[in-house]
Design a protein around this ligand. Structure first.
Ligand code: ADP
Ligand code: MN
Ligand code: MN
Ligand code: MN
Length: 355
């Protein structure tokens, strides 16, 4: 909604009212289609840790997460963040979803991932995710593109500067600041190869924290874009043809890989990843086959390949890592819409075995 000057003043009058020590807690959960949902609970006073937060519930029949005749789904707080929208003592609360019979909801991928992270905590897995996404106008076409048409071919847009080369910088900047306020470990941002496509990186984060941080950063992105009337698409190939797709490059290391001579452990990991290529692809996002074509800086979906500084492989070992003989590797296969719990979970499982 575009506000007039008068209604802006009216809104400020109410938004600056004292909330009398109460706290607004925005409970956020992941729905059945990889989207986020949220609703607010008033708490009597500020909280210091997630253990102080009560369990809550929602109508799962309205989100495709439960049948109508047994519709209660429970939401259990697992992480909390300062709320960049309401500020003050107000918080964003990330939740796991649980069914009334005491088992994890079908779409609760965090529970399994957390068990794996816990079982292999001694390996000190670090992850860094590169979240690519596309900004769409209200008509569903990339923001700033000619109506029903295309901008000039790719080339000037990646890390672009200047009118006609970069779009939506205001939204991107707002999201960046909001994430930092919330304590999300955003490590950088850049404009991408396709116009109106952007990337931000989160990490390194250890273990389950990676999925928690990325999901909350996605929530914040949807919320910020909503205020500008812009839609966020995490589709891996939003525009067919000669336009880059969108990924969730997953950078990975264990303590052993980060220490002297760690390259050996990275190479051993390649063998393990190769053996379970198809199992990984199965959880690396929907519609990924349209993106992993072997063109546009991707490897083929059919076959696992890796190489130093190779952006056309499944996995890239950064040049600097090969030079130092230690560091991390980049799994380039996950699509932008992949669930970070599933991605980080299967990586730990493949490299270390089950929970
Ligand atoms: P690219 O060159 O592929 O675009 P980026 O700079 O966008 O790389 O992202 C690199 C990511 O790697 C960042 O999210 C960063 O946090 C992460 N990273 C750096 N070092 C490590 C490490 N040792 N283990 C895991 N992730 C790491
Ligand atoms: Mn990147
Ligand atoms: Mn990128
Ligand atoms: Mn990358």
């Amino acid at each position: 909604m575009i506000l007039t000057r008068h209604s802006q003043q009216q809104l400020m009058k109410y938004m600056s009212l004292d909330q009398k020590g109460k706290v607004m807690a925005e409970y956020v959960w992941i729905d059945s289609v990889g989207g986020v949902r949220s609703k607010t609970k008033t708490l009597p006073k500020p909280v210091k840790s997630v253990d102080e937060l009560p369990e809550w519930n929602f109508d799962g029949s309205s989100t495709g997460q439960a049948p109508g005749d047994n519709s209660d789904v429970y939401i259990r707080p697992v992480a909390m963040f300062p709320d960049p929208f309401r500020k003050g003592d107000n918080i964003l609360v990330l939740c796991e979803t649980w069914d009334s019979d005491g088992t994890p909801n079908k779409f609760n991928y965090r529970h399994e991932a957390a068990k794996l992270m816990e079982a292999h905590a001694d390996k000190h897995f670090w992850f860094g995710l590169e979240q690519e996404y596309t900004l769409l106008g209200p008509d569903g076409w990339p923001y700033g593109w000619p109506k029903g048409g295309y901008p000039g071919p790719q080339g000037p847009y990646y890390c672009g500067v200047g009118t006609g080369k970069v779009y939506c910088r205001d939204i991107v900047e707002a999201h960046y600041k909001a994430c930092l306020y919330a304590g999300i470990k955003v490590s950088g941002i850049n404009a991408e190869v396709m116009p109106s496509q952007w990337e931000y990186q989160v990490g390194p984060c250890e273990g389950i924290e990676m999925g928690d941080q990325l999901w909350m950063s996605r929530y914040i992105l949807h919320r910020v874009a909503e205020e500008f009337g812009v839609k966020i698409s995490f589709a891996p190939k939003p525009i067919p043809g000669d336009w880059n797709g969108a990924g969730l490059h997953t950078n990975v290391s264990t303590q052993e890989m980060r220490e002297e001579g760690g390259l050996k452990a990275i190479e051993a990991a390649m063998k393990k990843l190769e053996a379970r290529h198809h199992e990984h692809i199965a959880v690396y996002g929907e519609g990924n086959e349209e993106r992993l074509t072997g063109r546009h800086e991707t490897g083929s979906i059919e076959k696992f390949t890796y190489g130093v500084a190779d952006r056309g492989g499944s996995v890239r070992i950064p040049r600097q890592v090969a030079k130092d003989g230690k560091g991390y590797f980049e799994d380039r296969r996950p699509a932008s819409n992949a669930d970070p719990y599933q991605v980080t979970g299967i990586i730990v499982e493949t490299l270390c075995g089950g929970a």
